[in-house]
Design a protein around this ligand. Structure first.
Ligand code: HEC
Length: 257
C-alpha cells in the first residue's frame, strides 16, 4: 500500500529540519572557538581559552575623510576658546560656552552644512581684529584648524564617534614629529604656547616638550596620575593609544625623531 504524504506535511517536516539545522549552526558559530594555543600544549584545542577575543577593539574605525567632533573639533575649542576667563562654563563671555557638543551648537550658533552662516566659523575667520576670535594678543587659529572646523560644519556639524584604537595601537618607534606633535598642536598648544604659556610650560617647540617629558610632568598630566594637574585642562582625557604612544616615546628618552 502506497502511503500518501500530503505536501503540507512535507513542507512542515522540511521547515522543522531547517530550523534544527539552523539552530545547530547557530550554536556552533556562537560557541567560543579557541584562537590561540595559550596552554602551550601544541595544536589549538578545547583547553585553550579565547578570552583574548574580548580585548580586540570592536569600535568603528575612524574614517580619515570624516571630521569627528570629540577628537578633532572640541580639542581645538577647549585649547583656544574654552579656557578660564573666556568661554568655559564659568566664564561664558557673551553667553558663549564652547566645552561640549550641545553648547557649541547652541551658543556658537552653528548652522549645519553652512559654515558662512555659522557664528563660530565667522568669528575665527574674521579679518577685523576687533572681532576676531581668539582675540589678540592670542594668535588666530591655524589654517589647518580653521579647515577642520569648516569641513565639520560642511559635513553637517555632526557628533560622529569612532574608535581610534580599532586598527590596533602601534607604540613601536613612535615619532615625535609625525605622531605626537600633531596631537600637541590640537590638544595643548592653545594654552601652552606664546610668550606667556600656561604654568610657564611652552609646548610649541620640541625642547619645551622634551623638558616636561623627561621630568615626568608630561606623562603624569596626560595619564591623569595622582599629584598632577589633569591635561588637557577642561577637556577629555586623550585616548588610551595616544597615551601609550607618549609613554613609549618618553621611555625611549624623548628623541627628536
Ligand atoms: C585650556 C588650557 C590648557 C590646555 C588645553 C592644556 N593645558 Fe596644560 N596646563 C594649563 C594650566 C592652566 C596649567 C597649570 C594648572 C595649575 O597649576 O593649576 C597647566 C599645567 C600643565 C602641566 C603641569 C602639570 C603639573 O601637574 O605640574 C603640564 C605637564 C601640562 N599642562 C601639559 C599639557 C598637555 C600635554 C596638554 C595637551 C594634552 C595640555 N597641558 C593642555 C592649561 C592647559
Amino acid at each position: 500500500m502506497v502511503q500518501k504524504i500530503s505536501p503540507r506535511k512535507i513542507i512542515g517536516t522540511l521547515a522543522i529540519a531547517c530550523l534544527l539545522a539552523q539552530l545547530a549552526t547557530l550554536s556552533t558559530s556562537c560557541k567560543h572557538q579557541p584562537l590561540f594555543d595559550d596552554d602551550g600544549l601544541g595544536p589549538i584545542d578545547s583547553t585553550d581559552t579565547i578570552d583574548i577575543i574580548d580585548t580586540i577593539p570592536t569600535g568603528t574605525p575612524c574614517d580619515p575623510d570624516k571630521v569627528y567632533f570629540e577628537s578633532q573639533v572640541l580639542p581645538i575649542l577647549i585649547s583656544n576658546c574654552a579656557m578660564s576667563g573666556c568661554h568655559n562654563a564659568a566664564s561664558h563671555q557673551d553667553g558663549v560656552v564652547l566645552d561640549s557638543y550641545a553648547k557649541v551648537m547652541q551658543t556658537g550658533k552653528v548652522k549645519p552644512f553652512k559654515p558662512n552662516d555659522s557664528d563660530l566659523y565667522e568669528v575665527i575667520t574674521e579679518t577685523d581684529l576687533d572681532d576676531r576670535m581668539p582675540p589678540p594678543p592670542n594668535a588666530a587659529l591655524s589654517q589647518d584648524q580653521i579647515q577642520v572646523i569648516r569641513k565639520w560644519i560642511e559635513q553637517g556639524a555632526l557628533d560622529l564617534k569612532c574608535d581610534p584604537n580599532a586598527g590596533g595601537c602601534d607604540t613601536t618607534n613612535v615619532s615625535f614629529s609625525q605622531t605626537l606633535s600633531p596631537v600637541i598642536n590640537t590638544f595643548c598648544k592653545g594654552c601652552h604656547s606664546g610668550t606667556n604659556p600656561s604654568a610657564g610650560i611652552g609646548l610649541d617647540t620640541y625642547n619645551g616638550v622634551k623638558t616636561v617629558a623627561l621630568n615626568g610632568k608630561l606623562y603624569g598630566a596626560i595619564a591623569w596620575s595622582t599629584g598632577f594637574q589633569k591635561m588637557p585642562q577642561g577637556g577629555n582625557k586623550l585616548d588610551a593609544c595616544t597615551i601609550s604612544q607618549f609613554k613609549s616615546w618618553i621611555d625611549a628618552g624623548a628623541p627628536g625623531n
